[in-house]
Design a protein around this ligand. Structure first.
Ligand SMILES: C[S@@+](CC[C@H](N)C(=O)[O-])C[C@H]1O[C@@H](n2cnc3c(N)ncnc32)[C@H](O)[C@@H]1O
Ligand code: SF4
Length: 386
């Protein structure tokens, strides 16, 4: 079982579910409210839910906080400040806490960066997505490439730590085009980049267009080549992948996301937020109401937005560790897997995957997916899971 010492990472995720418009590829819990929202009322609900969560797991030291969305850069800096104050009132905050806020790179939002910094945010993650205006338009983004680069420059002038996201394997993307775009991005990057392959998610406009043959994305072979090219360029630039889609200079990994992938505890606050809490040696999965106004009313009526609170079986907790941990270049600790599941990974399946070159055991006994195994990660995990 997990050891809850003061040095064990503990993360708080705060979900802000509103966006100015809905991007046609996105299936995150994000909503557009043309009539505006009552931010003060939402803020009170966040504070209520933080208090309720802290009452359940009081003795933790918060090592990271992440404002995700949706578009949390649409929040007032004073709301971000109030949420951080509330977290600090209910838990101890580690002196070196990482506090990230996801921001969309429009000029309007960049003007708030100083306010977020003053509130305590010390890292921003910008959704640049592409550095070419035609692609940005097709992706339904509200910013141009230049605006995004300007926002990156503002972030650089205010925050010691920033990252930005790009989506690749986009319609009509070529290897040469992506190479030029990625190199240009790396010139603007500091310590961290998130590079996601476009996924056609069910129930999105892109899904309908794709099925109707009106949106063509790179086939499997080209997608694989784009992935390989990404790894080569980033590794050469000193930004190797530490997770399947995340690249960082040594020591500059996103500590918050490492909490998820390393299987530590995190509290999920806000509409549709997920959490994992260890209580009395049991790992509890939590989930809140997704619809923002329904979440608000639930919190106001009951003190929490929880809709799911479920004790994971040892098999479920172990499979989750496998699923999350194998995304990391460092892989998983086999002893931890065995402690969680009460049994070892099937040696025959490990050996088959090792012979195929999909996994390897490190000198210190960890199991990790190889560079060539990463594009087949889902199949590898399915093979190894209980
Ligand atoms: C919570 S989302 C968005 C954050 C912010 N609202 C924005 O759009 O800039 C985090 C990231 O997931 C990625 N993403 C979202 N949907 C995706 C999809 N269908 N395929 C690949 N990446 C996706 C985008 O790079 C995005 O920046
Ligand atoms: S990609 Fe970001 S801005 Fe676009 S709808 Fe999703 S969360 Fe909102």
């Amino acid at each position: 079982m997990l050891n809850m010492s003061l040095t064990t990472p503990f993360a708080v995720y705060v979900h802000w579910p509103f966006c100015l418009s809905k991007c046609p590829y996105c299936d995150f819990n994000s909503h557009v409210r043309h009539g505006g929202i009552d931010e003060a009322r939402f803020l009170r609900a966040y504070e209520t839910e933080i208090a309720a969560t802290a009452a359940r797991v009081p003795d933790r030291t918060v090592s990271s906080i992440f404002f995700g969305g949706g578009t949390p850069s649409l929040m007032q800096p004073s709301s971000v400040q109030a949420i951080l104050d509330c977290i600090g009132k209910h838990w101890t905050i580690a002196p070196d806490v990482e506090i990230t806020l996801e921001a969309n790179p429009t000029s309007v939002e960049a003007t708030r960066f100083r306010g977020f910094r003053a509130a305590g945010v010390n890292r921003v993650s910008l959704g640049v997505q592409a550095l070419d205006d035609a692609s940005l338009k097709e992706l339904g983004r509200l910013h141009t490439a230049q605006e995004a680069l300007d926002a990156v420059a503002v972030a650089r002038s205010i925050f010691d730590r920033y990252s930005f996201d790009l989506i690749y394997a986009r319609p009509r993307q070529t290897l040469d085009g992506w190479e030029a775009e990625l190199k240009r991005a790396i010139a603007e990057a500091a310590e961290h980049l998130s590079l996601y392959q476009l996924t056609i998610e069910p129930d999105t406009p892109f899904f309908g267009l794709h099925r109707a043959g009106k949106l063509t994305v790179p086939d499997q072979d080209l997608a694989r080549d784009l992935y390989d090219l990404t790894q080569t360029i980033c590794t050469d630039a000193g930004l190797p992948a530490y997770e399947i889609s995340n690249h960082a200079r040594p020591g500059a990994q996103c500590r918050h996301n490492l909490v998820y992938w390393r299987g530590h505890d995190y509290a999920g606050i806000g509409p549709g937020a997920h959490g994992r809490l260890t209580i009395d040696n049991a790992r509890i999965a939590t989930e809140t109401e997704k619809r923002p106004e329904a979440w608000l009313m639930r919190v106001e009526e009951t003190g929490t937005g929880l809709t799911v609170e479920e004790k994971l079986t040892s098999g479920e907790a172990a499979d989750e560790y496998l699923l999350m941990g194998l995304r990391l270049a460092e892989g998983i600790d086999l002893a931890r897997y065995s402690a969680l599941s009460g049994r070892n990974l099937n040696p025959r399946r490990v050996s088959i995957l090792r012979n195929e070159g999909a996994v390897e055991t490190t000198a210190d006994g960890r199991l990790r997916v190889t560079q060539s195994g990463f594009p087949l990660l889902d199949a590898v995990v399915a093979d190894l899971a209980a």
